[in-house]
Design a protein around this ligand. Structure first.
Ligand code: FE2
Length: 368
């Protein structure tokens, strides 16, 4: 993978939002991100405003439109706030782009060089599921703040600045999960395999991931790096699948959640809760039914129950995870906080408990 495609890492995720200034404040204050770069009217950009936020190896770009006739405005109208772009840092944009196109990808942006006094920034993009784009970025010849057009910013928020972060335990993007329509999962799995050389690692079907009401099917792709790309499709349940609820409110496929890794989930979750992040409440019965092996881990079960942290394991180790409530008004995008101890899975053992919790929320919204 590394030889053919030379995908280095997830460079950033770009969110298209209604109001980038306020969204930047939300992710900074609640999740401990630092605002590191800015692009807008003051920097000469007349049509859009963007804030770059960073924490550990995680980088988000929050962008909004300042004119009605702009793709970001259209996206917000259709999808609400959404992650529109998955940007991958690569060694050779031209090569990766050409390979993707030759293998069936539809181009969105031809390989382009943008230059300023800080060097050359090269990028290209292809279309993925729904209106999501995958951008390839080559920044080895660029020294500036994020990209040409941006200026560096260092904004102190809620005790969180560049020197002494009170928040800020999130280290990297563990996985990115997209929801596609029923019957489309294999098509998109093949897209990632063929156009970008991902390997299919794990697969869950609706037998292992279902409750009385909901079901989903899920496949996990990896490219040798730290981040997995997972794809879900709804399966037939008695009532509406949580994936279908997403598809209805998002108006089509898109990124459902981002797994953000931490090495100290207890402290992270305590801090996130203090700053106002809402998590999915987990039924008390979940902790009564845990198997005895959980007593072998360092954190007491009572502590996990207090914070609503879920636990799962495979033959390599265990993981701790929990999920935020939707980040915006629509029941679409949310975050997962995950701490891995060897386990390579995604919490399949928790899918049922999680579904029960999700369905309670879905029911409150009148969408079950
Ligand atoms: Fe996940």
């Amino acid at each position: 993978m590394a030889d053919i495609f030379s995908i280095k890492r997830v460079d950033h995720l770009e969110f298209y939002v209604g109001n980038a200034k306020q969204a930047a404040s939300f992710y900074a204050e609640c999740f401990g991100f630092r605002i590191t770069a800015y692009c807008g009217l003051e920097t000469g950009e007349r049509k859009t405003t963007s804030y770059v936020l960073e924490q550990g190896d995680i980088r988000f770009v929050l962008s909004s439109a300042m004119i009605a006739d702009h793709p970001i405005a259209q996206s917000v109208l259709n999808h609400g706030d959404t992650i529109a772009t998955l940007a991958l840092e690569v060694s050779d944009v031209n090569h990766v782009y050409q390979h993707a196109i030759q293998n069936g990808a539809i181009g969105a942006i031809l390989p382009t060089d943008r230059e300023d006094t800080e060097g050359v920034f090269r990028y290209a993009a292809i279309h993925a599921y729904g209106d999501t784009c995958i951008k390839f970025i080559q920044r080895d010849c660029y020294r500036g703040a994020f990209a040409p057009g941006f200026v560096a910013r260092s904004v102190k928020t809620n005790g969180n600045n560049t020197t002494s972060p009170k928040l800020g335990h999130l280290s990297h993007i563990d996985h990115i999960v997209g929801n596609v329509e029923q019957g489309k999962m294999d098509e998109w799995v093949n897209f990632f395999v063929k156009t970008m050389g991902f390997d299919l690692k794990l697969s869950f079907d609706d037998q292992s991931i279902s409750t009385e009401y909901s079901a989903l099917m899920s496949k996990v792709l990896q490219n040798g790096g730290k981040t997995s790309i997972n794809i879900n499709e709804p399966a037939i349940g008695r009532r509406k699948s949580q994936i279908q609820e997403y598809l209805d409110f998002h108006n089509g496929p898109g990124i459902q959640h981002i797994g953000l890794a931490t090495s100290n989930i207890v402290e992270t979750v305590q801090q996130l809760k203090q700053s106002g992040v809402e998590f999915l409440p987990i039924p008390k019965t979940y902790y009564q039914e845990l198997e005895t092996w959980v007593n072998e881990i360092d954190i007491p079960v009572t502590h996990l129950a207090e914070l609503g942290i879920l636990i799962d394991r495979d033959e390599h180790g265990y993981l701790l995870q929990l999920f935020t409530k939707p980040l915006g008004d629509r029941p679409t995008l949310f975050f997962e906080i995950i701490e891995r101890h060897g386990c390579n899975g995604f919490g399949a053992g928790n899918f049922k408990a999680l579904f029960v919790a999700l369905e309670r929320e879905q029911e409150k919204r009148g969408n079950l």
